[in-house]
Design a protein around this ligand. Structure first.
Ligand SMILES: NC(=O)C1=CN([C@@H]2O[C@H](COP(=O)(O)OP(=O)(O)OC[C@H]3O[C@@H](n4cnc5c(N)ncnc54)[C@H](O)[C@@H]3O)[C@@H](O)[C@H]2O)C=CC1
Ligand SMILES: O=C(O)C(=O)CO
Length: 411
């Protein structure tokens, strides 16, 4: 075992033993657990291997909070042997977790689809235009959802206006004076934004690009996003009533239609068998030569080696990536491409979101340890964030709750 070098323990004499495989932001999650007689053990610096985590679980552990590690048979059987019944990913995505292995061992699997109410947005829309405000803009905007969508929007802009290249050029002392051809990029207004996977994050990203830059929408999802369609229709009517060109939407019959039509394409599906290498050599070839591709979902949704080859022969094609196929590594050649922007999986990295995720992950584990029921709607978890009141006695979001027969909360 690579010895963990900086173990930190809170409330050493606590009755319940909880391990957090990574140090998490904020202090509320620590207080919530220690107030309920939990001893918390976390590794502050190292990225732990599966072997390290088994050692940290030891022979007594009630629950674990983890992220990105490979949570399969080895870890779940170790947790079970130590008497554990709870695991929570500190993430909304849980493609790193073998849920059926957890269920087999009677272990609950939590995730963090954080949400909060955003009254300002609703007031703004109500004042702006009655129709527009009725367009089913959700009263609950996800904290993780919006944060991740904002990063995807930032990457779209950075790629469209070549901000990273221009920044590097400045710092290299190459700027001699204003030139008409210097870092000419793409105007977004009036262009088409394509969204693949129009769930919570994909829809929030679409709204930002449509409202912010008056782009038209084409999307592909297995399900119809009625709420998003109504929003774009109403916003289009609002623009028309104000003498502006209305925005439009189209639900594509195939993903290829999106790839063919869109100027900026952002990927937001879950990672599963149907989305693995969704973007590959063939699908890249369909896209416009000057298109922008953004990925803040999961790395393996793109065949990254094929992407590197595509970037080499299509210098006007740009890509902006938050996630990578072999994370934390990049495929050979990617870092050399000027038409690629790469950031280290920071889409959810706003203070509020990360602290909220830590709180939810801790409460998933605590709820299971205490035998609490499941919260009624994992997309409406605002009560768990109220710093002035104790959190509801429920598990905020357990993905295999039904399979384990955990009862639903009446709250
Ligand atoms: N980069 C980051 O830090 C973050 C990444 N994520 C990733 O984003 C993903 C999406 O998150 P949410 O929007 O909250 O999930 P969601 O479940 O609300 O949306 C996913 C959408 O993908 C669609 N989908 C599934 N298979 C598809 C297919 N074959 N083709 C097209 N669409 C398909 C689903 O119907 C659904 O509408 C997460 O699963 C996670 O992997 C989430 C948060 C942060
Ligand atoms: O929540 C997720 O799925 C993440 O990727 C963490 O940022």
């Amino acid at each position: 075992m690579a010895t963990p070098i900086s173990i930190q323990v809170w409330n050493p004499s606590g009755k319940y033993r909880v391990v957090s495989t990574k140090s998490m932001p904020g202090t509320r999650w620590i207080k919530l657990l220690t107030d309920q007689d939990c001893r918390i053990c976390t590794e502050k610096k190292t990225i732990l291997s599966v072997e390290d985590i088994v050692a940290l679980i030891g022979d007594k552990c009630d629950g674990v909070i983890g992220l990105t590690e490979d949570w399969g048979e080895v870890l779940f059987s170790a947790l079970r042997r130590a008497g554990g019944t709870a695991f929570s990913n500190m993430a909304v995505g849980y493609n790193n977790v073998d849920v059926s292995a957890a269920t087999k061992h009677g272990i609950a699997v939590g995730n963090t689809p954080v949400s909060l109410t955003d009254p300002d947005l609703c007031i703004y829309l109500t004042q702006t235009c009655a129709e527009y405000s009725k367009a089913q803009v959700p009263a609950h905007q996800g904290v993780l959802t919006e944060t991740t969508a904002e990063l995807a929007a930032s990457l779209s802009l950075a790629a469209a206006r070549r901000i990273v290249e221009a920044d590097q050029f400045m710092r290299a002392g190459l700027y001699d004076g204003w030139l008409p051809h210097l870092f000419v990029g793409n105007l977004l207004k009036g262009q088409t934004v394509g969204v693949i996977g129009a769930g919570r994050i994909g829809s929030a990203y679409a709204r930002m690009m449509i409202e912010g830059f008056k782009m038209n929408l084409i999307y592909y999802d297995l399900y119809q996003s009625t709420r998003l369609e109504k929003f774009v229709t109403a916003y289009g009517q609002f623009l028309k009533a104000n003498g502006e060109q209305p925005v439009t939407w189209k639900r594509a019959a195939t993903m290829e239609d999106v790839l063919r039509d869109a100027d900026v394409i952002s990927l937001h599906p879950v990672l599963d068998k149907t989305t693995y290498h969704l973007i590959n050599k063939e699908s890249l070839a369909i896209m416009k030569k000057e298109a922008i591709l953004v990925n803040a979902s999961r790395g393996p949704v793109i065949d990254e080696a094929a992407l590197v080859e595509h970037l080499k022969v299509n210098p006007m094609f740009r890509v902006a990536l938050d996630v990578f196929e072999d994370e934390p590594y990049m495929k050979p050649g990617l870092a050399d491409q000027k038409n690629a922007i790469v950031v280290p999986h920071i889409a959810s990295a706003s203070k509020w979101t990360r602290e909220g995720m830590a709180t939810l992950a801790a409460l998933n584990v605590l709820g299971r340890i205490k035998g609490y029921p499941l919260w009624s709607d994992p997309n409406r978890v605002d009560p768990f964030f109220d710093e002035n009141a104790p959190p509801p006695p429920a598990c905020p979001s357990i993905v295999n709750g039904k399979q384990l027969g955990i009862s639903a909360s009446k709250l």
